[in-house]
Design a protein around this ligand. Structure first.
Ligand code: HSE
Length: 440
């Protein structure tokens, strides 16, 4: 059989990684796919740039439209990233009857509903394994491997940059800014690193995971998103002393009131496997009713780990080129007409445990005032820790861990505590999840 002809949009780190993996493992890949996969054209802004991959057999062009309009090309691999011009190019490729493989989480999270609708109309595939957690085959695992389950919840460390920063802060006592610089130097961060540290990249990926886990449309705008920029070394260290690790988690969970979609720094008991996922590594914990908790771990970024997912998608697409479009695995795991628009729970109605850090005057009765407020709002305390005062400071740091409480009540408690004359400054609050296997 003739090779399948591929065009790539964007020859950056992942583009070159894909070329290298296809060159190195071409024979194995052809044995799996049933046909050879041949990259015939690629678009790149800088035609003369020195690259870490061999491009002699590939026609390089500056205009990406040439690739999506090339009648020889059957599959377009979109590796430009970002919303525009990626959206227009992908839609044009689909309109031209081409299948698409993309690593673009922002594009799928924000424009996926539109893109999948167009792809369905044209009977083409849009595969996006590389968009979430790099090399971990999490899309395929949730969509196909766990298809017999009712997925109850999932929680993921799905931004390598933030995990790297939090690990450096804990292990080396590094400052946030220095750790971010190091992550950028190592090439983990997005072009705009605020996407990493403000939780937006995690929210993009969580949007995609929630859709395929619960059979809901992509709802990026409704994800509660809080990043790690307000985290201090002090909190990382206090949490450690209490037996907790701090991670930026994306959490999607079904409750009777609606679906929780939230991204925020989260304390996790240190004995949990996911609490020990360090550096730039990613992990996703998925709880299915039949299988119980499962955890998927691996590299969430980088040239070849991401290329591993891109090439796996290419193999999937090539294998099913001749299959009746109605018999393919649906883009969002559930048949398009069976997606259910479940309501998303506002963050004020979400229940979690909390870590609070307050700075109290070192005098009798102060803690009693604080615990009175918590009791009045029906908030149970799990533990309290008073730290030694710093020399020359009039206040002592007090750490309180609470049991599960609705966020609305906690907001009210914090507002009342901050008004106390004996409490100085703002109360720092970090949500805490035990991620027990029996959490429903
Ligand atoms: N900036 C992302 C991360 C890259 O740090 O995980 C992979 O999506």
């Amino acid at each position: 059989m003739k090779p399948v002809k591929i065009g790539i949009l964007g020859l950056g780190t992942v583009g070159c990684g894909t070329i290298n993996v296809l060159a190195r493992n071409g024979q194995e890949i052809a044995r799996r796919a049933g046909r050879e996969i041949s990259i015939i054209q690629a678009s790149t802004r800088d035609l003369k740039k020195k690259r870490s991959c061999a491009t002699a057999s590939i026609k390089l062009v500056q205009d990406p439209h040439e690739v999506v309009r090339n009648p020889e090309i059957e599959v377009v691999v979109e590796l430009i990233g970002g919303y525009d011009p990626a959206r227009a190019l992908v839609l044009e490729a689909i309109a031209n009857g081409k299948h698409v493989v993309t690593a673009n989480k922002a594009l799928i999270a924000v424009h996926g509903n539109e893109i999948f609708a167009q792809a369905q109309k044209k009977g083409v595939m849009v595969a996006f394994e590389a968009a979430v957690a790099g090399g971990i085959p999490i899309i395929k695992s949730v969509r196909e491997g766990l298809a017999g389950n009712r997925i109850e919840w999932l929680a993921g460390i799905i931004n390598g940059t933030s995990n790297f920063i939090l690990t450096e802060m804990r292990d080396k006592g590094a400052d946030f800014a220095d750790a971010l610089k190091e992550a950028q130097r190592l090439g983990y961060a997005e072009a705009d690193p605020t996407f990493d540290v403000e939780g937006i990249d995690t929210a993009h990926k969580l949007t995609i995971l929630a859709a395929i886990a619960f059979g809901i449309p992509l709802k990026f705008k409704q994800v509660y998103t809080e990043g790690i920029t307000r985290i201090t070394r002090m909190d990382v260290q206090y949490a450690e002393k209490l037996g907790y690790r701090l991670k930026l988690l994306g959490i999607a969970r079904r409750t009777n009131g609606g679906v929780e979609l939230r991204v925020h720094p989260t304390l996790i008991p240190e004995r949990r496997l996911i609490a020990n996922v360090d550096g730039a590594m990613n992990a996703v914990l998925v709880k299915g009713d039949a299988v119980g908790p499962t955890m998927f771990y691996g590299a969430g970024a980088g040239a070849e780990p991401t290329a591993s997912a891109v090439v796996a998608d290419l193999v999937d697409v090539v294998r099913t080129l001749t299959v009746d479009p109605n018999n393919r695995v649906p883009h969002l795991a559930f048949q398009p007409d069976a997606l259910v628009d479940l309501p998303i729970l506002p963050i004020e109605d979400v229940e979690t445990s909390y870590y609070l850090r307050l700075h109290a005057l070192d005098k009798p009765g102060v803690l009693a005032e604080v615990t009175r407020i918590l009791a009045d709002l029906n908030i149970s305390i799990e533990s309290i820790l008073q730290k030694e005062p710093h020399p020359n400071e009039e206040t002592v740091p007090v750490i309180i861990l609470t049991q599960r409480v609705r966020e609305k009540n906690m907001n009210e408690a914090i507002a009342r505590i901050e008004k106390l004359a004996s409490i100085k400054g703002k109360v720092a609050r970090i949500r805490l999840e035990h991620l027990n296997a029996d959490w429903k």
